[in-house]
Design a binder for this molecule. Sequence first.
Ligand code: KG4
Ligand code: ZN
Length: 338
Amino acid sequence: MLILGIETSCDDTAAAVVEDGYRVLSSVVSSQDSVHARYGGVVPELASRRHIEEIIPVVAEALKRAGLELKDIEGISVTQGPGLVGSILVGLSFAKSVSYVRGLPLTGVNHIEAHAHAAFLREGEAFREAPEFPFVALIVSGGHTTLLLLEDYTRYRVLGQTIDDAAGEAFDKVAKLLGLGYPGGAVIDRLAKEGNPLYVEFTRPYMAKGNLDFSFSGIKTAVRNFVGGFKEATPEDSIKDLAASFQEAVVDVLVNKALRALRASGASDLVAAGGVACNSRLRTKLQEAAQKEGVRLFIPPPYFCSDNGAMVAALGFHRLRKGMVASLDLNARPTSDF
Ligand code: KG4
Ligand code: ZN
């Protein structure tokens, strides 16, 4: 079954064609980083306007790269939340229109659940292991930091989530106050490689026994206070050390809580996805921890960790197979499980 996946929940316009929930025939992402960089964060109104301009060319390109036409597509899957309401509206309206005109079944998916389905995506490999249910998914990005337990292809439970900033948001805000530009996660990752993670031992927040929630606003404030201690601009070496110390604190918490979630749920497979799962230190520390604990770890390649349409199509395939079809009623939410 060929599914067209559409993702416009934040600042990337993305579309993909995926066969049978895993085989990626194409995946196109149009980034808006250049639109938002000068504001140091995503400006919702600018994001939705850009989605309107990009959605048709991005979908056309996804079909072209897959060597297909719209008439070959058998179902449409679209992100229906969570995300920026204006951005989601663009993808959702587009998907509903195509579904109506072409008579194609439509399903609306949860963006965070879709991130976990990136672990099933394959690009022409003969065989690669896939996670087995139930498994824990650590979804870390600019908008969310969530621990999910996936019980099957269409059922999940939230085990924990951030009570304030998302991990990626903390990376972006710390990068901004260190003058490193936007988005800052990848820059901090790079600079931290040359920095000393023991330069400042930031408190690892929210570590009380049994707690699976996260809080990152305290570390961000701690970095701000530390930088405020310099009389003039932060010296370059200190920026690298601060980047490494901040990153180490965030990564420690993420790894620790992911292991806790595995123990609490009895699952033995772990998926990490979302833009922050591109972080090299997080990838290394998760790998070390997984090896030590006998856990099977699945981290998709970086381009499937950050927002994309393929993960949306993968999840949509299973929903459509189960008859979880959306209503086209303009006043109805497409499905009822959010
Ligand atoms: O999943 P994503 O593309 O979009 C959202 O749904 O938010 O994630 C974007 C986030 C940004 O906050 C970005 O700074 C962060 O992922 N990010 C990273 C790295 N690459 C991207 N954070 C830490 N280290 C990285 N290498
Ligand atoms: Zn995301």
